[in-house]
Design a protein around this ligand. Sequence first.
Ligand code: SF4
Length: 113
Amino acid sequence: MVMWIGALVPTGPELAGSTSPRHGAPSIGDITESGLAELMERAAEVPWVAEALDGFTNCRATCDHFAFCLGGNPANKFFETGRFDTTETTHCRTSKKLLMKGVFQHVAGPRKR
Ligand code: SF4
């Protein structure tokens, strides 16, 4: 998304307007100064984006739900933990993991006594 000031936020529109003590405003640059293609081309080099990509890698390496979830929402990770490279959050536990648990229980059918 592009904020009114021209800041490009490539993921997690909820991040727009927030700031991180370590990374500052989570944008990848000002679209009025650089083109969209140029900003996206070097997005992975922006420290907070690199940290978010590490978060996806960490999820892929540690979570059985990665194929369904694909590593979660960087905004939720940031707002819950203050970091982008974490894995499990309350959000993913309640919206992904418990959802899948319920689906599997439903598919398995009622327990027989
Ligand atoms: S469910 Fe949570 S821990 Fe698992 S991949 Fe998604 S965000 Fe990561």
